[in-house]
Design a protein around this ligand. Structure first.
Ligand SMILES: CC(C)(COP(=O)(O)OP(=O)(O)OC[C@H]1O[C@@H](n2cnc3c(N)ncnc32)[C@H](O)[C@@H]1OP(=O)(O)O)[C@@H](O)C(=O)NCCC(=O)NCCS
Length: 187
Protein backbone atom coordinates (compact mmCIF):
# COMPACT_ATOMS: atom_id res chain seq x y z
CA UNK A 1 0.00 0.00 0.00
CA UNK A 2 0.96 3.65 -0.39
CA UNK A 3 1.35 6.03 2.55
CA UNK A 4 -1.83 7.91 3.53
CA UNK A 5 -0.26 11.17 2.36
CA UNK A 6 2.63 11.81 -0.02
CA UNK A 7 4.06 15.34 -0.11
CA UNK A 8 5.62 16.51 -3.38
CA UNK A 9 6.97 19.97 -4.14
CA UNK A 10 3.53 21.52 -4.78
CA UNK A 11 1.01 18.78 -4.03
CA UNK A 12 -0.30 16.55 -1.28
CA UNK A 13 -1.29 13.15 -2.68
CA UNK A 14 -4.04 11.60 -0.57
CA UNK A 15 -7.35 9.67 -0.66
CA UNK A 16 -10.42 11.67 -1.69
CA UNK A 17 -13.36 12.23 0.63
CA UNK A 18 -16.80 13.78 0.37
CA UNK A 19 -15.52 17.24 1.31
CA UNK A 20 -13.59 17.23 -1.99
CA UNK A 21 -16.78 16.79 -4.06
CA UNK A 22 -16.92 20.32 -5.53
CA UNK A 23 -13.27 20.23 -6.59
CA UNK A 24 -13.60 16.75 -8.05
CA UNK A 25 -16.76 17.60 -9.97
CA UNK A 26 -14.94 20.44 -11.71
CA UNK A 27 -12.82 17.96 -13.64
CA UNK A 28 -15.15 14.94 -13.60
CA UNK A 29 -17.79 16.94 -15.47
CA UNK A 30 -15.46 18.75 -17.89
CA UNK A 31 -15.90 17.70 -21.52
CA UNK A 32 -12.16 18.00 -22.27
CA UNK A 33 -11.55 15.39 -19.58
CA UNK A 34 -14.43 13.01 -20.16
CA UNK A 35 -13.79 12.64 -23.89
CA UNK A 36 -10.81 10.37 -23.19
CA UNK A 37 -11.80 8.50 -20.02
CA UNK A 38 -14.27 5.61 -19.68
CA UNK A 39 -16.87 7.66 -17.78
CA UNK A 40 -19.35 10.29 -18.88
CA UNK A 41 -19.72 13.65 -17.05
CA UNK A 42 -20.71 12.67 -13.52
CA UNK A 43 -24.33 13.07 -12.45
CA UNK A 44 -26.55 11.85 -9.61
CA UNK A 45 -29.74 9.75 -9.91
CA UNK A 46 -31.74 12.82 -10.95
CA UNK A 47 -29.25 13.60 -13.72
CA UNK A 48 -27.80 16.60 -11.86
CA UNK A 49 -24.01 17.10 -11.82
CA UNK A 50 -22.50 15.22 -8.87
CA UNK A 51 -18.97 14.02 -8.23
CA UNK A 52 -18.22 10.37 -7.68
CA UNK A 53 -15.78 10.02 -4.81
CA UNK A 54 -14.42 6.56 -5.28
CA UNK A 55 -12.82 5.20 -2.14
CA UNK A 56 -9.49 3.47 -2.05
CA UNK A 57 -9.79 -0.29 -1.51
CA UNK A 58 -7.30 -2.85 -0.33
CA UNK A 59 -4.59 -3.63 -2.86
CA UNK A 60 -4.44 -7.40 -2.77
CA UNK A 61 -6.72 -8.82 -5.46
CA UNK A 62 -7.21 -8.19 -9.17
CA UNK A 63 -9.40 -5.09 -9.58
CA UNK A 64 -8.47 -3.51 -6.23
CA UNK A 65 -7.80 0.19 -6.78
CA UNK A 66 -5.97 3.00 -5.02
CA UNK A 67 -7.55 6.38 -5.72
CA UNK A 68 -5.08 9.22 -5.17
CA UNK A 69 -6.28 12.83 -5.17
CA UNK A 70 -3.85 15.68 -5.86
CA UNK A 71 -4.33 18.57 -3.47
CA UNK A 72 -2.61 21.74 -4.64
CA UNK A 73 -0.96 23.02 -1.47
CA UNK A 74 -1.13 26.71 -2.46
CA UNK A 75 -4.92 26.61 -2.94
CA UNK A 76 -5.95 23.68 -0.67
CA UNK A 77 -7.84 22.40 -3.69
CA UNK A 78 -7.96 19.00 -5.37
CA UNK A 79 -6.94 19.47 -9.03
CA UNK A 80 -6.58 15.92 -10.29
CA UNK A 81 -6.30 12.27 -9.48
CA UNK A 82 -4.70 8.94 -10.27
CA UNK A 83 -6.28 5.52 -10.09
CA UNK A 84 -3.87 2.63 -9.69
CA UNK A 85 -5.64 -0.68 -10.33
CA UNK A 86 -4.12 -4.07 -9.56
CA UNK A 87 -4.37 -6.17 -12.73
CA UNK A 88 -2.58 -9.26 -11.43
CA UNK A 89 -1.56 -9.97 -7.86
CA UNK A 90 0.62 -12.94 -8.87
CA UNK A 91 2.46 -11.02 -11.57
CA UNK A 92 2.57 -7.80 -9.51
CA UNK A 93 1.18 -5.67 -12.32
CA UNK A 94 -1.06 -2.62 -12.20
CA UNK A 95 -2.69 -0.11 -14.53
CA UNK A 96 -2.58 3.62 -13.91
CA UNK A 97 -4.86 6.45 -15.06
CA UNK A 98 -4.55 10.22 -14.63
CA UNK A 99 -6.72 13.30 -14.88
CA UNK A 100 -5.88 16.98 -14.33
CA UNK A 101 -8.48 19.76 -14.03
CA UNK A 102 -8.10 21.54 -17.43
CA UNK A 103 -7.72 24.89 -15.67
CA UNK A 104 -4.35 23.57 -14.39
CA UNK A 105 -3.05 21.78 -17.51
CA UNK A 106 0.54 22.23 -18.70
CA UNK A 107 1.96 23.11 -15.29
CA UNK A 108 3.65 19.78 -14.69
CA UNK A 109 1.12 18.68 -12.04
CA UNK A 110 0.26 15.33 -13.65
CA UNK A 111 3.95 14.53 -14.06
CA UNK A 112 4.72 15.56 -10.46
CA UNK A 113 1.87 13.54 -8.96
CA UNK A 114 2.02 10.47 -11.15
CA UNK A 115 5.80 10.25 -10.97
CA UNK A 116 5.58 10.15 -7.17
CA UNK A 117 2.76 7.58 -7.18
CA UNK A 118 4.67 5.29 -9.55
CA UNK A 119 7.86 5.60 -7.52
CA UNK A 120 6.07 4.77 -4.25
CA UNK A 121 4.08 1.96 -5.85
CA UNK A 122 7.24 0.23 -7.03
CA UNK A 123 8.91 0.71 -3.67
CA UNK A 124 6.05 -0.01 -1.25
CA UNK A 125 3.43 -2.04 -3.13
CA UNK A 126 6.10 -4.38 -4.56
CA UNK A 127 4.91 -3.98 -8.13
CA UNK A 128 6.92 -5.22 -11.10
CA UNK A 129 5.17 -3.40 -13.93
CA UNK A 130 2.69 -0.52 -14.36
CA UNK A 131 0.94 0.16 -17.64
CA UNK A 132 -1.38 2.77 -19.11
CA UNK A 133 -3.93 2.38 -21.92
CA UNK A 134 -4.22 5.61 -23.90
CA UNK A 135 -6.71 6.54 -26.60
CA UNK A 136 -4.81 7.25 -29.82
CA UNK A 137 -6.64 10.57 -30.18
CA UNK A 138 -5.05 11.73 -26.92
CA UNK A 139 -1.46 12.80 -27.63
CA UNK A 140 -1.29 14.90 -24.43
CA UNK A 141 -1.68 11.76 -22.38
CA UNK A 142 0.89 9.87 -24.46
CA UNK A 143 3.32 12.78 -23.98
CA UNK A 144 2.79 12.53 -20.23
CA UNK A 145 3.48 8.79 -20.34
CA UNK A 146 6.77 9.42 -22.15
CA UNK A 147 7.68 12.21 -19.72
CA UNK A 148 7.17 9.66 -16.91
CA UNK A 149 9.65 7.31 -18.57
CA UNK A 150 7.02 4.90 -19.87
CA UNK A 151 7.66 3.22 -23.21
CA UNK A 152 5.24 2.41 -26.00
CA UNK A 153 4.81 -1.36 -26.32
CA UNK A 154 2.12 -1.49 -28.96
CA UNK A 155 -1.48 -0.85 -29.88
CA UNK A 156 -4.68 -2.60 -28.83
CA UNK A 157 -6.85 -2.45 -31.96
CA UNK A 158 -10.50 -1.60 -31.36
CA UNK A 159 -10.01 -1.98 -27.64
CA UNK A 160 -12.17 0.84 -26.35
CA UNK A 161 -15.65 2.08 -27.12
CA UNK A 162 -15.87 5.72 -28.16
CA UNK A 163 -18.54 7.57 -26.24
CA UNK A 164 -20.83 9.85 -28.17
CA UNK A 165 -20.07 8.86 -31.74
CA UNK A 166 -20.43 5.16 -30.90
CA UNK A 167 -17.48 3.35 -32.41
CA UNK A 168 -14.41 1.41 -31.37
CA UNK A 169 -11.02 3.03 -31.10
CA UNK A 170 -7.41 1.90 -30.83
CA UNK A 171 -5.45 2.26 -27.60
CA UNK A 172 -1.72 2.73 -27.09
CA UNK A 173 -0.13 0.50 -24.47
CA UNK A 174 2.58 2.26 -22.45
CA UNK A 175 4.49 0.62 -19.59
CA UNK A 176 7.19 1.14 -17.01
CA UNK A 177 9.04 -1.41 -14.90
CA UNK A 178 10.38 -1.38 -11.38
CA UNK A 179 14.10 -0.62 -11.37
CA UNK A 180 15.95 -3.80 -12.35
CA UNK A 181 12.74 -5.68 -13.26
CA UNK A 182 12.67 -5.34 -17.06
CA UNK A 183 11.71 -8.53 -18.88
CA UNK A 184 14.61 -10.93 -19.33
CA UNK A 185 13.42 -12.34 -22.66
CA UNK A 186 13.25 -9.55 -25.21
CA UNK A 187 11.88 -9.87 -28.72
C1 LIG B 1 -3.13 14.11 -19.93
C2 LIG B 1 -3.24 15.11 -18.77
C3 LIG B 1 -3.50 14.33 -17.49
C4 LIG B 1 -1.93 15.89 -18.66
O1 LIG B 1 -2.03 16.69 -17.50
P1 LIG B 1 -1.08 17.94 -17.23
O2 LIG B 1 -1.17 18.22 -15.77
O3 LIG B 1 -1.39 19.01 -18.18
O4 LIG B 1 0.35 17.32 -17.60
P2 LIG B 1 1.77 17.96 -17.24
O5 LIG B 1 1.66 19.44 -17.20
O6 LIG B 1 2.32 17.26 -16.05
O7 LIG B 1 2.59 17.62 -18.52
C5 LIG B 1 3.41 16.48 -18.55
C6 LIG B 1 3.94 16.27 -19.94
O8 LIG B 1 2.84 15.91 -20.78
C7 LIG B 1 2.95 16.58 -22.03
N1 LIG B 1 1.74 17.36 -22.27
C8 LIG B 1 0.73 17.57 -21.39
N2 LIG B 1 -0.22 18.33 -21.97
C9 LIG B 1 0.20 18.58 -23.24
C10 LIG B 1 -0.34 19.32 -24.33
N3 LIG B 1 -1.51 19.96 -24.23
N4 LIG B 1 0.36 19.39 -25.47
C11 LIG B 1 1.55 18.78 -25.58
N5 LIG B 1 2.12 18.07 -24.57
C12 LIG B 1 1.45 17.97 -23.43
C13 LIG B 1 4.18 17.39 -22.02
O9 LIG B 1 5.15 16.62 -22.69
C14 LIG B 1 4.57 17.51 -20.57
O10 LIG B 1 5.93 17.37 -20.49
P3 LIG B 1 6.88 18.69 -20.47
O11 LIG B 1 6.64 19.31 -19.11
O12 LIG B 1 8.22 18.08 -20.62
O13 LIG B 1 6.45 19.57 -21.59
C15 LIG B 1 -4.39 16.13 -19.03
O14 LIG B 1 -4.22 16.66 -20.33
C16 LIG B 1 -5.78 15.56 -18.89
O15 LIG B 1 -6.34 15.50 -17.79
N6 LIG B 1 -6.41 15.14 -20.01
C17 LIG B 1 -7.81 14.69 -19.99
C18 LIG B 1 -7.98 13.39 -19.23
C19 LIG B 1 -7.19 12.29 -19.86
O16 LIG B 1 -7.05 12.24 -21.07
N7 LIG B 1 -6.67 11.36 -19.03
C20 LIG B 1 -5.89 10.27 -19.50
C21 LIG B 1 -6.71 9.16 -20.03
S1 LIG B 1 -5.60 7.91 -20.71
Amino acid sequence: MLPERIHTQRLILRPLDNSDADDVLEYQSHSEVTQFVPWRPRTNEEGKPAAIIRKTSTFERKGDALVVGWELQAESKVIGQNILTLTSADERTANIGWVTNPHYWRNGYAAEATGAVIEQAFRLADLNRIDAHIDQRNPNSAALARRLGMTLEGVFKGASFIKGDGGWCDMWLYSIFAPGEESVIGV
